[in-house]
Design a protein around this ligand. Structure first.
Ligand SMILES: Cc1ncc(C[n+]2csc(CCOP(=O)(O)OP(=O)(O)O)c2C)c(N)n1
Ligand SMILES: [Mg+2]
Length: 1040
């Protein structure tokens, strides 16, 4: 655990290995700094011995510095004598002892273990000079690396870092000689640097890795320390030296070290004060009016509002037109009111318990709802669209969703480098550290098909999570350490200093605009109330809250500062407050007129033009999803070819493509070709298709091959689907990181942005979807009901009992079916448009297709339907290559549709009255059933109907099929265990359909805890057993 114990230890010189970790690997030749262009020499190989160099005239510290860095990067690149010298100096050798003559070194090239006593104190004055320069460099570096540990970040002064020690009183508001003398005393007493108090007035040359000099290249030590204290140990703690890119480190150093860099104009200060007034008075207003309502107020972190506004202003100045935000509960209403600028009356009326809901659906609590607003940014005078994505209680779950939506918005406006669209994510300290989805989302940040080109993260670090202290909530010093995995700089800032907050937010926005990488602003603040306004924090944090009670509000502190400076008068300040209070009061009066709550007003992603003006689908019918023969042949041709020249594919793949060409000739498709036809046709119709998931490019089962790899040229690939026609929409197929939660969330967000795209996420095996359960439970299943927004995402979940063991068998259909909103006990009225209306009313569609043609149709229906619903598809594994699981072009021609139930069409259907049993089933088991029926010669006695769409339940077709076989008993057959699969879902619905006239018998595996056995023999015995039951006409006699 990385806990630094004392003030001095926090600035301990780095060891060579530590320093080497933090030093940039490459050193750019030039970096434009404030004091002019700084030039670096390329790394040389310094092999001249230390004593023979002519530099030792006391003025060439740059040379020593070069040497030192060369040594840090590679100790072997310098002469041995330098190596020993730097080792000794770094090991704390006393002045005059670090240098060791080459003679004293061990023979045969080995470097002797430092023996300080035997060292020759050659040229002691020069040596002392070199050592002092090195010490100063180390000191500067120590401030850069660890200064943030000494910064005064905690407004409560009870230290947010060193929480297992007594509170540390560090950080210096006013750096005077006494202060840095004390710091130096602490440092020197520790013997870390070899600097003495008498060195304070000595002038030292500054290395090229600092900007504290401004236009000066040398400064007295005293001044160096003062400037370092100013840069790194005030209200801003900059954590960045782990970034392995020197240009980026230099950029940050320049932003924080350049003297006088944190200056604000009068205008800026006044705007900042006005924003603080809004932020503070908004919460106070809510507290006055609804003192007993939960609102998760922002008290203690009011500077969040100016922080966000600064990021947005700066980004707008840099060309950003669209900002997509995600945030948790804390301060959300304030952000809606004062950042997104939602009408206050719309917010206030949410507190009215008598307000009736106008829209369908269950709705959501006010601090979860989303928002979309396009307006003029007053600071930059440019148009800006702000959206806040609706989210569930599940903290951080919205992160990947926001990223996906941002990526989509960038994609649709051709913003390939994120200059016009960006995301901002807000986090709580406990959730940011605790929730794994944060890490998954960070790991998407630099992947080509997932990057949003930099996200600004803002952490409301109130040093508590509900009732839990940081020391119980995380094992890292800061809640933000997770961001280090992607080399994101982290700017910790004391949120009680609004100007410091504004400064780091400006830098964060500039960082994103410059490097297009993630950045974190850690607003170290406190929570004035309990977790919510009803909560008593003194039960669990008595001392913290005693301190909080003493704490003067940040607005008051800042106002007093500005009044003392003369930036505003007290009267102006009071007028500003009165002005905003009046705005609130007037909005409150208007809010009383609102009688009806429109959740639609809280939509985060409107789809202009897709619905009628009052939000209804433009029709209640779905056209045929078939394609012309010509189209099928054309897409089939592309699927079987390599559409670029001089491209060598693998021999095995050539055979696969040839197989496809043969199928096209025979007018048939297998699963992969059916999918090709569906995607290809939509692309030709201008619909963007995006398929994402682990190994989707080839396909887990090596059936898809949407990306071809040249066998002779590294990284040369070809996506034939993008060679369909010149005016087609682009096809994106992307292997994802090994994440389900993050990637599914991302794709859901992508699908949210537009109804005119087919977005699919495929699980490696269906089993793995449950690590993304939160996205399924909280967003996909109830999304429309909670937030009136539709989403047409498709989940492809490979499923099937094939003896592969418990973890590669089941996509858990029972779970999806359990969450369907159709009523098992009510027979719906069957109208002409029943099939479409049923789709419109459902929360999601669950299908298990048994034929490639039906898969083709259901995928196309996703887009041709006049509304959007999530689609869950249990996809096959063995059927991918099953010779019978093929479809003819005839099943895909114009006029054909998705078949919700594929009725029996064999011998049994010809003489239905002779049929003794009607088996309903779904998916792959159909092929096992027909084979068994044939083997038993029971084609005339047993009819088999395939339920391809499980939900919404095809009541009409099941009814017709059951009535057709009036003399047959009814069996539901599944290969899954009885407590799993479909049985619990279909049984009551079939019973309702037939008015409970007959039982629905069960043929399938017995109930079990695990989805499948790991034993092949047991697997086969189980199959045999349920097939015997399915075809044993006496099997259910005992149960009657
Ligand atoms: C995934 C998840 N687990 C648990 C909770 C319950 N919960 C709500 S707020 C909260 C504390 C959050 O602390 P922090 O992230 O620091 O935010 P703060 O409330 O302090 O702003 C918890 C545990 C939740 N909402 N989501
Ligand atoms: Mg917190």
């Amino acid at each position: 655990m990385h806990r630094l114990r004392t003030c001095a230890a926090r600035l301990r010189p780095l060891t060579a290995s530590q320093a080497a970790q933090t030093v940039g690997q490459q050193r750019p030749l030039t970096v434009a700094g404030v004091g002019g262009t700084r030039t670096f020499q390329p790394i040389r190989c310094y092999t001249a011995p230390v004593a023979s160099e002519p530099f030792l005239n006391g003025t060439s510290s740059n040379y020593v510095e070069e040497m030192y860095f060369a040594w840090l990067e590679n100790p072997k690149s310098v002469h041995k004598s330098w190596d020993v010298f730097f080792r000794n100096a770094n090991a704390g050798a006393p002045p005059g002892s670090a240098y060791q003559s080459p003679l004293a070194m061990s023979p045969a090239g080995g470097v002797a273990v430092p023996q300080f006593s035997s060292m020759v104190a050659a040229q002691p004055n020069v040596e002392k000079l070199v050592e002092d320069h090195l010490a100063v460099q180390s000191l500067i570096r120590a401030y850069q690396v660890m200064g943030h540990h000494n910064a005064q970040l905690d407004p409560l002064g009870i230290s947010c870092v060193n929480f297992d020690d007594a509170p540390v009183n560090t950080g210096f508001q006013h750096v005077d000689v006494a202060v840095f003398k004390e710091r130096l005393r602490v440092l020197t007493v520790g013997g870390f640097y070899g600097l003495e108090e008498s060195d304070l007035d000595k002038v030292f040359r500054l290395p090229t890795t600092t900007f504290i000099g401004g236009s000066e290249s040398a400064l007295p030590l005293k001044e160096i320390i003062r400037r370092l204290e100013m840069a790194y140990c005030q209200h801003i703690g900059v954590e960045f030296m782990f970034i392995n890119d020197l240009e980026q480190c230099q950029w940050i150093r320049q932003k924080f070290e350049t003297p006088g860099v944190m200056q604000f104009t009068l205008e800026e200060k006044r705007t900042l004060l006005a924003r603080m007034v809004r932020s503070t008075r908004f919460e106070e207003f809510l507290q006055r009016k609804w003192s007993s309502e939960k609102r998760f107020g922002l008290e203690g972190c009011e500077s969040l509002i100016p922080a966000l506004k600064t990021i947005i202003d700066k980004s707008s100045e840099n060309g950003v037109e669209n900002v997509i935000m995600g945030m948790p509960h804390r301060g959300r209403l304030n952000v809606l009111a004062n950042v997104i600028r939602k009408e206050l009356e719309q917010i206030f009326c949410q507190f009215d318990s008598k307000l009736e809901a106008a829209d369908e659906g269950s709705g959501d609590v006010k601090y979860h709802l989303g928002m979309y607003h396009r307006r003029i940014n007053r600071v930059t005078d440019r148009n800006i669209t702000l959206s806040l994505v609706a989210n569930p209680s599940h903290l951080e779950a919205v992160d990947p969703v926001v990223q996906g939506k941002t990526k989509a918005e960038q994609f649709y406006c051709g913003d390939s480098d994120g200059k016009r669209v960006m995301s901002i994510l807000l986090h709580g300290d406990a959730a940011f550290a605790g929730q794994g989805i944060v890490y998954e989302t960070f790991h998407l940040s630099d992947l080509p098909s997932y990057t949003t080109h930099g996200t600004v993260h803002v952490v409301v670090n109130n040093q508590i999570g509900f009732t839990t202290d940081p020391r119980m909530a995380r094992s890292s010093p800061y809640p933000t350490d997770v961001a280090r995995v992607v080399n994101a700089p982290i700017f910790h800032v004391n949120a009680d200093d609004p100007e410091a907050v504004m400064y780091v937010c400006n830098v964060a926005a500039e960082w994103r605009a410059t490097f297009h990488k993630d950045v974190v602003v850690d607003l170290v603040c406190y929570r004035r109330m309990g977790h919510n306004e009803m909560d008593e924090p003194m039960f669990t944090q008595p001392l913290m809250y005693k301190q909080i009670k003493k704490q003067k509000g940040v607005l008051l502190k800042y106002a007093e500062k500005l009044i003392a400076e003369g930036a505003v008068s007290r009267q102006e300040y009071e007028e500003e407050i009165a002005k905003y209070d009046k705005i609130c009061e007037e909005a409150y009066a208007r809010s009383k007129d609102e009688k009806i709550l429109h959740i639609k007003h809280w939509l985060d992603s409107p789809w202009p033009g897709f619905f009628t003006l009052d939000g209804q689908p433009k029709s209640m019918s779905c056209p045929s999803t078939g394609l012309t023969e010509e189209n099928l042949t054309h897409i089939g041709g592309i699927a079987s070819s390599v559409p670029v020249e001089d491209f060598t594919i693998h021999g095995g793949l050539s055979r696969i493509l040839k197989g496809r060409a043969d199928m096209v000739k025979k007018r048939t498709v297998d699963w992969a070709l059916g999918e090709y036809m569906a995607f290809g046709s939509l692309l030709k119709e201008g619909i963007h298709v995006r398929l994402s998931g682990q190994d989707v490019e080839r396909g887990t089962f090596s059936h898809r091959h949407h990306v071809l790899h040249d066998q002779n040229v590294d990284k040369r690939t070809c996506i034939p689907m993008n060679h369909l026609s010149p005016d087609q929409a682009p096809y994106t197929v992307c292997n994802s990181s090994l994440s389900e939660y993050g990637v599914l969330g991302f794709e859901l967000g992508f699908a949210m942005a537009s109804p005119n795209a087919l977005v699919l996420w495929e699980a490696q095996f269906g089993d793995f979807h449950n690590t993304a359960q939160c996205i399924i439970d909280q967003f996909i299943c109830p999304g429309q009901a909670k937030w009136v927004r539709q989403n047409g995402i498709v989940l492809l979940l490979p499923h099937g009992m094939e003896g592969m063991g418990p973890e590669h068998s089941s996509a858990r259909p029972e779970r999806f079916l359990q969450m369907c909103n159709d009523d098992p006990d009510v027979m719906p009225t069957i109208t002409e448009d029943f099939a479409v209306r049923q789709l419109y009313d459902c929360n999601w569609i669950v299908v298990n297709c048994s034929s490639p043609a039906n898969y083709f149709h259901v995928i196309r229906r996703q887009i041709l339907a006049p509304f959007r619903k999530p689609l869950i598809v249990f996809t096959p594994k063995s059927l991918l290559r099953h010779p019978e699981a093929r479809s003819s072009f005839d099943e895909m021609l114009p006029g054909t549709h998705f078949q919700r139930v594929i009725l029996e069409d064999g011998v049994a259907a010809e003489r239905p009255e002779e049929v003794k049993r009607l088996i309903f089933c779904t998916g792959k088991v159909y092929y096992e059933l027909t084979k068994e029926r044939k083997n038993r010669g029971m084609e005339g006695t047993v009819a088999i109907a395939r339920m391809e769409q499980l939900s919404p339940f095809p009541f009409d077709l099941v009814k017709a099929e059951s009535e057709r076989y009036a003399n047959a008993d009814l069996v539901w057959c599944q290969e899954e265990h009885k407590n799993q699969g479909y049985y619990d879902y279909v049984k009551p619905r079939i019973r309702t359909t037939i008015q409970r006239a007959k039982p629905v018998w069960y043929a399938g595996r017995d109930p079990a805890a695990a989805p499948a056995t790991g034993n092949k023999n047991t697997h086969l015995v189980e199959v045999r057993r349920f097939l015997d039951t399915a075809f044993g006409l006496d099997a259910f006699k005992d149960q009657q």
